[in-house]
Design a protein around this ligand. Structure first.
Ligand SMILES: Nc1ncnc2c1ncn2[C@@H]1O[C@H](COP(=O)(O)OP(=O)(O)OP(=O)(O)O)[C@@H](O)[C@H]1O
Length: 498
């Protein structure tokens, strides 16, 4: 266990680091963050015994490090300093081997098999074996970083102190180095203390973080608490947005770039002139990407998209990989798949219904295509919905010219779904199997997209103007579209009958 007890210190009597107090447990990965000049390196130098303390103590397992000889300390603590431009003309292997110094008794003690095995193993782990006979001077900053990390690891310390270890490393090596350190921490109980500038990497790898500000500890806690928008904004004087990582329970911070021009952020256009409707597809192309939450065939989930395509497919459309087929279709028709949300429907697109609804400082455009072939009661108890599904689906598009919160996106979906159930009730649409009231169809899709410009719209529940417009608008457009669908079907059935 490493104890940093009320430590203060600096250079030439000046106090740079002030009253820092924390404990790092065996096997813990502890990160030190802070703006340039906040005292991180000075603190690390004091923890490694390189810089004398003005006040306080640094202890390893209750022993003050000032009571240890250099060699005793080197067996316990290894340091990877910031990369120095000055390197000596040794080979890579010689440089790494210097890390074994603490384990040799006499100055001229011979090199043992154990030393060789450890050096070879660590060089393999840090991926430097293949250039072990080259001079260190021939290597790039990133390669030198790995060489000096290997030197620290062959020292087999209990505690590893690293000053910006991922500097100079490309993306893959940053991940590899941090994976390696975390594995050693978990499996071998190596205690890792690392100064990191990348707050997102710190979030992914560190168990706890110390955030320094002007030589003092601004926070010591788990990454979720330290990486709060307010704290980071306060310490770095920079606006960040905190979001969860999409795959694991770790926070990530997004920077907000400054405006490109004064015009950026002005209200953007969102009206029917952006829509083009043909029997083959309905397309909305916006001038700027919109933040979209959708259940489309392509572009589903959360993302920023500028093309929205509702494609007509034949009633007998059957494809083993409909996502891939849809991507091919979009590409073939000139849409960049990465910028497009794509949906499918077998209903006649002429029967769509759409309109722009004006709110106070914002607008909403709603576009609906509706078919009832798979009408279903979602509360059906006995028989699950099973294929083959007949073509016929409700695709609902809601475009908001305004700035929505995540909460508003979710509420918009709730409001739209409630409106859908009401339309189906009023249109007497029944579940095709149970003949009870239908609440939707088994293949419905929805998208809510917002320009994220203009008026801030925090909520979209029915108590708000936005919610009211969505509820009313979805009801009206969907009802219109269903009535057109029903009329066409009656005409078709009548013709087939005759
Ligand atoms: N050898 C030194 N002699 C005198 N002052 C120093 C010395 N090293 C650093 N300082 C000063 O101490 C303060 C803290 O520096 P330190 O290197 O600890 O900050 P840091 O948080 O690691 O910064 P960075 O993120 O830029 O690496 C700075 O104002 C710096 O100028």
């Amino acid at each position: 266990m490493l104890n940093v007890e009320n430590v203060s210190g600096g250079y030439d009597g000046e106090r740079i680091v002030k009253n820092i107090h924390f404990t790092v447990e065996k096997g813990e990965f502890f990160g030190i963050l802070g703006p340039n000049g906040s005292g991180k390196t000075t603190l690390l130098k004091m923890m490694s015994g390189l810089l004398e303390l003005q006040q306080g103590e640094v202890k390893i397992d209750e022993t003050n490090i000032s009571a240890l000889t250099k060699k005793q300390l080197a067996k316990k603590v290894a340091v990877l300093p910031q990369l120095s431009p000055q390197v000596f003309p040794y080979t890579v292997k010689e440089t790494v081997s210097l890390g074994r110094y603490a384990h040799h008794r006499g100055f001229f003690q011979t090199w043992t098999d154990e030393d060789e095995n450890i050096v070879q193993e660590v060089m393999k782990q840090t991926n430097i074996s293949h250039f072990q006979d080259n001079s260190v001077m021939e290597h790039s900053g990133g390669e030198q970083q790995r060489i000096f990390l290997a030197q620290a690891l062959v020292q087999q310390p209990e505690i590893l102190l690293l000053d910006e270890p991922t500097n100079h490393l490309d993306l893959a090596y940053q991940k590899e180095l941090l994976d390696l350190l975390r594995k050693r921490a978990n499996e071998e109980g190596l205690t890792v203390v690392a100064i990191l500038h990348d707050l997102n990497l710190a979030s992914l790898y560190c168990d706890r973080l110390l955030l320094m500000e002007k030589g003092e500890a601004s926070a010591i806690a788990n990454p979720n608490d330290v990486l709060s928008e307010d704290l980071i904004n306060h310490v770095y004087h920079t606006e960040v947005i905190k979001q969860p990582h999409s795959k694991i329970a770790k926070p990530q911070l997004h920077l907000m770039p400054g405006k490109k021009s004064e015009r950026e952020g002005e209200q953007v256009r969102m009206d029917e002139s952006l829509l083009s409707i043909s029997p083959e597809r309905i397309v909305l192309q916006s001038e700027q990407p919109m933040k979209t939450v959708s259940s489309g065939v392509v572009g589903a989930g959360i993302g920023w998209y500028s093309n929205f395509v509702n494609r007509h497919v034949d009633a007998n459309y059957n494809c083993t990989d409909h996502r891939e087929e849809m991507r091919t279709y979009l590409t073939h028709h000139g849409f960049h798949v990465s910028q497009t949300v794509g949906m499918m429907t077998a209903v006649a697109l002429e029967d769509n219904s759409h309109r722009v609804y004006e709110g106070d400082g914002f607008s909403v455009m709603i576009v609906v295509t509706a078919g009832m072939g798979n009408a279903v009661d979602s509360t059906r108890m006995n028989s699950p919905v099973a294929g083959p599904v007949k073509p016929g689906t409700i695709n609902t598009w809601i475009f908001v010219n305004g700035k929505l919160t995540d909460e508003a996106y979710i509420q918009a979906m709730i409001t739209a779904t409630e409106a859908k159930a009401q339309v189906l009730r009023d249109c007497h649409i029944l579940d095709t199997v149970t003949k009870k009231q239908a609440t939707g169809t088994s293949t419905d899709s929805i998208l809510v997209a917002a320009t994220q410009q203009g008026k801030e719209l925090d909520y979209a529940g029915t108590a708000t103007e936005l919610g009211h417009i969505i509820g009313k608008g979805v009801y009206q457009e969907m009802k219109q579209s269903i009535e057109r669908y029903v009329k066409r079907k009656e005409k078709h059935d009548h013709l087939s009958f005759n």
